[in-house]
Write a protein that binds this ligand. Structure first.
Ligand code: RET
Length: 272
C-alpha cells in the first residue's frame, strides 16, 4: 500500500476513498503463475542443453537466461513490487482517473532491457549476421526499451515523443531481421533458413503487439494496469518460453561450428 492517501483499484486511483477500495494484489497469482512457467522453461533449457556437448550449447544458455530473468521479474511484480504510481494526464475510457495516478510496472523494463538483446542474439546468431550488425541492432533495441521506459514515467503528453523515438529504433530492428537476416539465413541451408523464418515471423508478429499494449496501457491509459499486465503477460509467455522452444527445436540438428560460433571446435576442449 502506498504511504499517501491515494487508493488504488486495479491500478487506477479511486478518489472516493471508500473502505472497500483498498489496494489489491489481485493479479498476483497470475503473475506468480507466469514466474513459475518462466522458471520451469529456464530449467527445461538447461536440462535440454545437457544432451549436447558444451561447445554446442550457446542457444540453450541464451534461452535459459532469458527465461530465468523473466521468472525473477514476474516474481517481483507478483509480489506487488517493482512499480511506481505515476500521474496521468491522458485518459480515455475511465472517467475516474482524472488528475490521478497510474500503477506503472517499471520492473518489466529492467527485464526487457536484459532479455530482448538475448532474444535478438538468438535470432541474429541463427542467421549469422556479422557482429557489427548484431551490435548495431542490439543498441537500437536498447534505445527502444529505454525510450519506452522514459515515456512511461513521463506524466505529460511529451511521453509520446519518447514513444516515437522508440518506434523508430524498433523499425530499424525489424528491417534488419526482415531484410538483412533473411538473406544471410538463406545462405546457411534449408534447415537453418526454416528455423530463422519461423522464429523471425514469431518475433516480428509478437513484438509489434508490445507498442500497441503500451499505447493502450501506459501511454493512452485506455486499459487498466491489471489488463495491461495480462496483455504483457501473455505476450511475454509467447515471446520467451514458446520462442525458446521453437528456436531450440529448430536447432536440434544444427552444428554450431557451421555458424562459426565454436571456440575450439565441438568436443575439442579437455572437458568436451
Ligand atoms: C515499447 C514502447 C516504445 C516503442 C516500442 C516498444 C516496444 C517494445 C518491445 C518489447 C518487446 C519485449 C519482449 C519481451 C520479452 O519477452 C518499449 C513498448 C516499439 C518490442 C519481446
Amino acid at each position: 500500500m502506498p504511504s499517501n492517501d491515494a487508493v488504488y483499484v486495479n491500478g487506477f486511483e479511486n478518489r472516493t476513498g471508500r473502505a472497500d477500495n483498498h489496494i489489491t494484489v489481485r493479479g498476483s497469482s497470475f503473475l506468480f503463475a507466469i514466474a513459475a512457467v518462466m522458471g520451469a522453461a529456464a530449467l527445461g533449457c538447461i536440462g535440454w542443453s545437457r544432451t549436447k556437448p558444451r561447445q554446442q550449447r550457446i542457444f540453450f544458455y541464451l534461452c535459459a537466461l532469458i527465461n530465468f530473468f523473466a521468472a525473477i521479474a514476474y516474481f517481483t511484480m507478483g509480489s506487488n513490487l517493482g512499480w511506481a504510481a505515476i500521474p496521468v494526464e491522458f485518459r480515455r475510457s475511465n472517467p475516474r482517473v482524472g488528475g490521478a495516478t497510474r500503477q506503472i510496472f517499471y520492473a518489466r523494463y529492467i527485464d526487457w532491457f536484459l532479455t530482448t538483446p538475448l532474444l535478438l542474439l538468438d535470432l541474429l546468431l541463427t542467421c549469422r549476421l556479422p557482429w557489427p550488425t548484431i551490435l548495431y541492432t542490439i543498441c537500437m533495441n536498447e534505445i527502444m526499451i529505454v525510450t519506452g521506459l522514459v515515456g512511461t514515467l513521463v506524466a505529460t503528453r511529451y511521453k509520446w515523443g519518447f514513444f516515437a523515438f522508440g518506434c523508430a529504433a524498433f523499425l530499424v530492428v525489424v528491417y534488419i531481421i526482415v531484410a538483412e537476416g533473411r538473406q544471410y539465413a538463406k545462405a546457411l541451408g534449408a534447415d537453418i533458413h526454416r528455423t530463422y523464418i519461423i522464429c523471425g515471423v514469431w518475433t516480428i508478429g509478437l513484438w509489434f503487439l508490445y507498442p500497441i499494449a503500451w499505447g493502450l496501457g501506459e501511454g493512452g491509459n485506455v486499459i487498466s494496469s491489471d489488463s495491461e499486465a495480462v496483455f504483457y503477460g501473455v505476450l511475454d509467455f509467447l515471446a520467451k518460453p514458446v520462442f525458446s522452444f521453437l528456436l531450440l527445436w529448430g536447432h536440434r540438428h544444427t552444428d554450431i561450428a557451421r555458424l562459426g560460433l565454436h571456440v575450439r571446435g565441438a568436443g575439442e576442449t579437455p572437458l568436451g
